[in-house]
Design a protein around this ligand. Structure first.
Ligand SMILES: [Zn+2]
Length: 563
């Protein structure tokens, strides 16, 4: 396997990936001859702490340092690159934690002047592993550091570093790299290696790596070792398997429907296929967070952009458009956060089985919780299964059911509570069927008798209003047409199967029916119909060229289906 991490190890501050703030300051310190005697680099593994330390060591010893950057070609730079520089002493504290080792290897030798360079640098990795006796011994040296001696401590756990040490170090935080930056890095390396790698592969690697350069480069190394000058998704699939985002999206789609059974069945399939389940709780958490944020602000969470890039967002847009109640999402989020502490104590499939069914239960309860404008009767399991099926409309005629008896997602109620006691006990309230529905608007009196023209008159306002609740829906509705009305039943024609399916989803249908009811002054039932395309050659190509369809596909991550 290609050791890309070593091969492409950055040798200048400019070549470091991410960490813009850190490298800018360090470079300036070198340029102005103002480096400190002790640094603490804090951050997760694989974010560039040791690379940065080596660049810093090179820069302060380089013969031709310019503007704070090492030249990379002089004897000092070369020796550092090759790991044989006498004045850069790298110590892995995980293996030398004792006070004797520290005395011998650091404190004693620090008293001697640099052998070949201007500075003697001690890079102490995993510094949190040093014993407190070792730190105490070190403290004296740090209090009165010998001239031309620099300590660089690198750690993933700064809380384990004594305060007395912390206060004597200049600290820098290393953070995971953003998705797009990581992807650009992978693209660069693939190019350097002379291999054309399909974008989807690079995106998936960047996503899997979760912001860690070393992980990303090692995964890319595996993919490139397949050989050949071209790597397609099909080639890489053996290594990468499913895309992580598809997997988590599939599971969460079951969860938000309250379908715990479907979720655990799907999970079992994934486990049998050998999908790596370790990252899923983290992705699920990201998604729930984004959905919660979306429910409150109608915007994509900035964190999503950083971790998943625009492609990732497009892939999960259907989930974001679910419009679950913010309070329900918050409960799901809390449950996952609370459980996550125990995640590493259980096998990942068991952990996921528990948390997914728990989340599904929260969503299912959220759908039937009192406090919503339309209480629903708590659905017994067999009925729930049935209504699950109802939420997948038949290909041609969208299924029709009153929004009152479905267990589909409720509309966002930004101000409304959910009626769940704060003490954490969830009580299932079962409103009786005869209990009148509590509506925000005055209750509708009689069935409306509508005219087609009335629908057409409010169509523009209707699309605008829907947009406020769900920005993705408006794209479909712009191309949809009111066809005819029958009392309070409105027949809407759509041009594509994909549109039909999206509008037929219970929560989307509810939005449409609610907004129309609001504009028309009474309850409305929407009937969906797939229009026969009037063009001679109606197929996918025409649909794919339609800008609104393209935009929509980007949002929902769909594809045009010929019908
Ligand atoms: Zn140099």
């Amino acid at each position: 396997m290609l050791a890309l991490y070593r091969k492409y190890r950055p040798e200048t501050f400019g070549a470091l990936i991410g960490q813009a703030h850190t490298k800018e300051i360090l470079q300036a310190e070198v340029a102005h001859n103002q480096v400190a005697h002790a640094y603490l680099f804090v951050g997760p593994r694989g974010t560039g702490k040791t690379s940065t330390a080596r660049i810093l060591a090179a820069a302060i010893n380089c013969e031709k340092q310019k503007g704070g950057e090492p030249c990379t070609v002089c004897a000092h730079c070369k020796a550092i690159r090759e790991g044989r520089y006498l004045d850069l002493i790298e110590i892995d504290a995980a293996s030398q934690t004792g006070v004797d080792n520290v005395r011998e290897n650091i404190i004693e030798s620090a008293r001697f002047v640099p052998q070949v360079g201007k500075w003697k640098t001690y890079l102490i990795d995993e510094a949190h592993m040093l014993s407190s006796a070792a730190w105490n011994a070190l403290l004296k040296t740090l209090e009165e550091p010998p001239e031309r001696v620099m300590f660089i401590f690198a750690t993933t756990e700064p809380r384990k570093i004594p305060d007395t040490i912390l206060s004597r170090c200049q600290q820098f935080r290393f953070t995971p790299v953003e998705f797009e930056v990581l992807k650009a890095r992978l693209t660069f390396i693939a190019q350097e290696e002379g291999v054309v790698v399909e974008k989807k592969v690079l995106s998936e690697i960047a996503l899997r790596a979760g912001g860690y350069i070393r992980d990303a480069e090692s995964l890319l190394g595996q993919v490139l070792s397949l050989g050949g000058k071209k790597v397609s998704w099909k080639d890489a699939e053996g290594i990468l398997g499913h895309t992580a985002i598809d997997v988590v999206q599939g599971l969460m789609a079951c969860v938000v429907k309250g379908a715990a059974g479907d979720a655990v069945e799907k999970l079992e399939e994934l486990r049998e296929e050998g999908v790596d389940l370790y990252q899923l709780p983290g992705h699920a958490l990201d998604l729930l967070r984004a959905m919660h944020y979306h429910a409150l602000t109608d915007r994509d969470h900035p964190l999503l952009v950083k971790r998943y890039g625009s492609e990732g967002i497009a892939a999960v847009a259907a989930l974001l458009a679910v419009n679950a109640d913010a309070a329900v999402l918050r409960r799901a989020l809390t449950a996952l956060v609370e459980r996550q502490a125990a995640a590493h104590e259980l096998p990942p499939d068991l952990f996921l089985e528990i948390i997914l069914s728990e989340l599904a239960e929260i969503f299912s309860e959220g759908q039937s919780a009192p406090g919503h404008s339309s209480p629903v009767i708590a659905t017994p399991p067999e009925r729930r299964k049935q209504s699950d099926a109802m939420r997948h409309p038949e290909p041609v005629e969208g299924s029709l059911h009153s929004s009152r008896d479905d267990t589909g997602k409720r509309l966002p109620r930004r101000s409304g509570g959910v009626g769940i006691p704060r003490n954490g006990l969830r009580t299932k309230t079962v409103p009786t069927a005869s209990e009148p529905a509590e509506e925000e608007k005055p209750a509708p009196k009689n069935k409306l008798t509508l005219q087609l023209q009335a629908i057409k008159d409010v169509w523009g306002a209707f699309v605008d209003k829907v947009h406020i609740r769900n920005r993705a829906l408006q794209f479909i509705l712009r191309t949809a047409e009111p066809l005819r009305v029958n009392e309070n039943r409105v027949h809407l024609g759509v041009h594509y199967q994909f549109h039909l399916e999206k509008l037929g989803e219970a929560n989307n249908r509810k939005i449409i029916e609610d907004v129309l009811a609001e504009l028309l002054g009474g309850p409305v039932i929407v009937q969906l119909e797939l229009l026969k395309n009037e063009a001679v050659e109606p197929a996918a190509s025409a649909a794919e060229e339609d800008p609104s369809v393209l935009q929509l596909m980007n949002l929902f991550g769909g594809k045009v289906v010929e019908s």
